[in-house]
Design a protein around this ligand. Structure first.
Ligand code: G3H
Ligand code: 13P
Ligand code: ZN
Length: 321
């Protein structure tokens, strides 16, 4: 391949009933961890950067890190995706960098305004052959102790939204929320809603806030000086059920952050004399690779890289001029 659009990759995933992780990246080690995991498991990949990630890496760095990933992994289909774009301006920035996919998240606006902005983004992005993901509903928990207004996706409105906007993938709100403090106990997610939406909407569906917040990582962080309160994430079994019901993209960020932090804290506590960043960033990258590889297997992405037609790296690089 290696650059692919979200539409291509999720189209395959939907057809074959697996999901592709949308893994957030902010630096070289995270990109390398995801690519190593994809090589190990022979998986298609979605690297995604938020507006905050673009600001952190100062745009040009992310562009060249992605180029390095493409060059190093010419046997794998790789989507470069903007996560939670908030305006046409951010979308233009990402497309200018060579991203093959963007998310416009106007889910906090009224239905009319969400449609209006999403349509504008679709018109602009499709002009460059770039895919668009948009969101309908509001993330949050469906249990009363979880703060923040929750609005599960309305399946009838979803048909209208997809119809009016022409998007390529729809992010749905089914009771998950972003971050490491999602639920006090095992969550009740609206998984049946996925089934209902998938029956009516013909494009791939996306699940945000899908970190599992592994207990062993939280315990490791706290054992070595951290202070992460007790919380549960989304069990892998619920994600697998959601995939069976029609989810094709599963967004994960917090678990990667936890794997990195748990490893670095352990190295610092056990070896306070160490100060070479390679001696803690290296092991952190290794732990993140293991975590991502296990998700690629759990989401059934593993082994599917071979389903894609390979195009030349030269073609890919044209996008990144
Ligand atoms: O959904 C949000 C992602 O976890 C990205 O988070 O905005 O802190 O980069 P961020
Ligand atoms: P988590 O915070 O559960 O990892 O969710 C990440 C996400 O949805 C990115 O868009
Ligand atoms: Zn998200």
């Amino acid at each position: 391949m290696p650059i692919a659009t979200l539409k291509q990759v999720l189209g395959e995933a939907k057809k074959k009933k697996y999901a592709v992780g949308g893994f957030n990246v902010n630096n070289m080690e995270q990109i390398q961890a995801i690519m190593l995991a994809a090589q190990k498991t022979k998986s298609p990949v979605i690297l995604q950067a938020s507006k905050g990630a673009l600001a952190y890496t100062n745009l040009v760095y992310i562009k060249h890190l992605v180029l390095a990933a493409l060059e190093e992994n010419s046997n794998l289909p790789i989507v470069m995706h903007l996560d939670h774009g908030d305006s046409l301006e951010t979308v233009k920035k990402a497309i200018g960098l060579g991203f093959s996919s963007v998310m416009i998240d106007a889910s906090n606006k009224s239905f009319r305004k969400n449609v209006e902005l999403t349509k504008k983004v679709v018109k602009y992005a499709h002009g460059f052959g770039v895919s668009v993901e948009a969101e309908l509903g509001t993330l949050g928990g469906i249990e009363e102790h979880v703060k923040g207004a929750v609005k599960l996706t309305d399946p009838k409105q979803a048909i209208d939204f997809v119809d009016k906007t022409g998007i390529d993938a729809l992010a749905v709100a089914i009771g998950t929320s972003h971050g490491a403090y999602k639920f006090k106990k095992t969550p009740k997610l609206a998984l049946e809603l996925v089934k209902e939406i998938a029956k009516n909407v013909n494009i791939p569906l996306v699940m945000h806030g899908s970190s599992s917040i592994p207990l062993n990582l939280r315990q490791q962080i706290n054992r070595y000086g951290g202070k992460m309160p007790n919380a549960k994430g989304v069990p892998i079994s619920s994600i697998q059920k959601a995939i069976k019901y029609g989810i094709s993209k599963v967004n994960v960020d917090s678990d990667s952050r936890m794997a990195i932090t748990a490893t670095i804290r352990k190295v610092f506590k056990k070896h306070p004399e160490k100060f070479d960043p390679r001696e803690y960033l290296g092991p952190a990258r290794e732990e993140m690779t293991k975590l991502i590889a296990s998700k690629m297997r759990a989401f059934k992405t593993a082994g599917h890289a071979k389903d894609y037609r390979v195009v030349s790296l030269k073609e890919t690089k044209k996008r990144y001029r």
